[in-house]
Design a protein around this ligand. Structure first.
Ligand code: C2E
Ligand code: MG
Ligand code: MG
Ligand code: MG
Length: 286
């Protein structure tokens, strides 16, 4: 429910909304405790080279396994964690866990994580992230952060300094949900991005008969004009995949390749894949 405003601009609540407020506060308490109890866990979604079909890495997507509310998705709890001022702590715990999980993966596979614009307000963010990488022994060259255009509304000096020092250590910087924001190309060029992730709303459209693929094709061309490789997200159908393949070298992810899975299922997938590729060898994973 949207908060309604009284004539003087102050918020007022209907009886039913009062119970919503109570619900929200119960959620907030549960979230705070959930962080301490380790109820937030990383899931992983495959990223694929769509030309060759080869697995290139995984994007970490956070899930909350709450004993009270069940499995809660990030669209619900990330904004809450941001409002409550606990997003940095939550994110650092998730990343530390993901880095540990990723140690068991095959050499060469990458790990991407999503970063809130609020985290880019912290001048120590790059330092903290690089320390997590060092502690885990995971190579920065295989690590990637995804940020959205909303970071362009932050203090650009701080954001640019953070991204530059991460990039100097080999971390890859992706612009997530490309095409949905309001930034100009000039603004985008002010930050050291390494690749663009085309928002899934455009990719979904590709699959619908009669839609012009020209919009997506234009966005891909725009990305290439900026000199950046493209990742397409939200590939759900063979039609969308075929349309993307026609656009050249692109990486992709989506339910067609697989849903996000927890660390255990991800590792099982990797071992099954290795067994298929090298049936005679017993491969060591990890
Ligand atoms: P995102 O980074 O753009 O992630 C893609 C979202 O699309 C994920 O939803 C993923 O599960 C979903 N998706 C992937 N493939 C398909 C597909 O083929 N079809 C459809 N319909 N959906 C697909 P999810 O996991 O609910 O994450 C939503 C958003 O939450 C993410 O968007 C990301 O911005 C944010 N998020 C997730 N984990 C974290 C985190 O640890 N920290 C921060 N700050 N944000 C996070
Ligand atoms: Mg993302
Ligand atoms: Mg996205
Ligand atoms: Mg998104």
């Amino acid at each position: 429910h949207a908060k309604k405003h009284g004539r003087d601009g102050s918020a007022w609540f209907e009886p039913q909304m009062e119970s919503d407020a109570r619900f929200r506060s119960a959620l907030q308490t549960a979230l705070r405790h959930g962080i301490e109890r380790g109820e937030f866990i990383p899931y992983y979604e495959q990223q694929i080279d769509i030309q060759t079909g080869k697995l290139v890495g995984f994007e970490m997507l956070a899930r909350w396994k709450s004993p009270e509310f069940g499995i809660v998705g990030p669209d619900m709890f990330i904004p809450m964690a941001e409002e409550m001022g606990v997003i940095a702590e939550l994110s650092e715990r998730l990343i530390a866990q993901a880095l540990q999980d990723a140690r068991s993966w095959d050499d060469g596979l990458t790990l991407s994580v999503n970063i809130s614009p609020l985290q880019l307000r912290d001048p120590w963010f790059a330092h903290k992230l690089l320390r997590l990488l060092t502690e885990s022994g995971f190579p920065p060259q295989r690590f990637e952060i995804e940020i959205t255009e909303s970071c362009l509304h932050e203090n650009m000096g701080v954001v640019r300094a953070i991204l530059t020092s991460l990039k100097n250590q080999g971390v890859c910087i992706s612009l997530d949900d490309f095409g949905t924001g309001y930034s100009s190309l000039a603004q985008l060029r002010a930050l050291p991005f390494d690749r663009l992730k085309i928002d899934r709303s455009f990719v979904t459209e590709l699959a619908q008969a009669g839609t012009n693929a020209e919009l997506v094709s234009a966005i891909v061309a725009l990305g290439r004009g900026l000199g950046l490789p493209i990742v397409a997200e939200g590939i759900e159908t063979d039609e969308a995949l075929e349309a993307l393949r026609a656009l050249g070298e692109i990486k992709g992810q989506g339910y067609l390749y697989g849903r996000p899975e927890d660390a255990e299922a991800t590792l099982r997938r990797l071992m099954e894949q290795a067994a298929r590729e090298f049936p005679s060898e017993t491969r060591k994973v990890g």
